[in-house]
Design a protein. Structure first.
Length: 137
């Protein structure tokens, strides 16, 4: 039997803009990192590993999508942050300590907030160019 929620999620991902996909990836990485922290605190090794694996894969994908030709120094800085996060995930996975995960979570949340602001600014500028709402007259 088909799961309507799963079908809706698949459709929303397929039809999402690049900016929306980026934000969705950050949201998922944050969610799985929080779940891994909770599992580490509860000494639940299986859940910690599963959620760390998911978060790790998302951060690697964020890293893989960087365009160093266009992004230049920003892309290099993001790559360093993503590599730091994956190193922290590895430390937490080996040790079971939630502290490296908390450090990663802070970085992910800060980056997410920055991207949300950048996407909003870009949309506003596009609307103004198109003569939409917010254009000075």
């Amino acid at each position: 039997m088909n799961n309507p929620y799963k079908k809706y999620k698949e459709t929303s991902i397929i039809s999402a803009s690049r900016e929306k996909l980026l934000l969705m990836m950050y949201e998922a990485a944050i969610k799985f990192t929080k779940l891994a922290i909770k599992a580490a605190e509860e000494k639940n090794v299986a859940d910690r590993c599963v959620n760390l694996g998911r978060a790790f894969d998302i951060v690697l994908e964020l890293n893989n999508t960087l365009d160093h030709k266009i992004g230049g120094e920003v892309a290099r800085n993001l790559e360093q942050l993503y590599m730091f996060i994956t190193e922290q995930y590895t430390k937490a996975n080996i040790s079971g300590d939630p502290e490296p995960l908390r450090a990663s979570l802070k970085i992910l949340e800060t980056l997410y907030e920055g991207w949300v602001g950048a996407v909003e600014k870009m949309k506003k500028e596009e609307a103004e160019k198109a003569g939409g709402p917010g254009k000075a007259r």
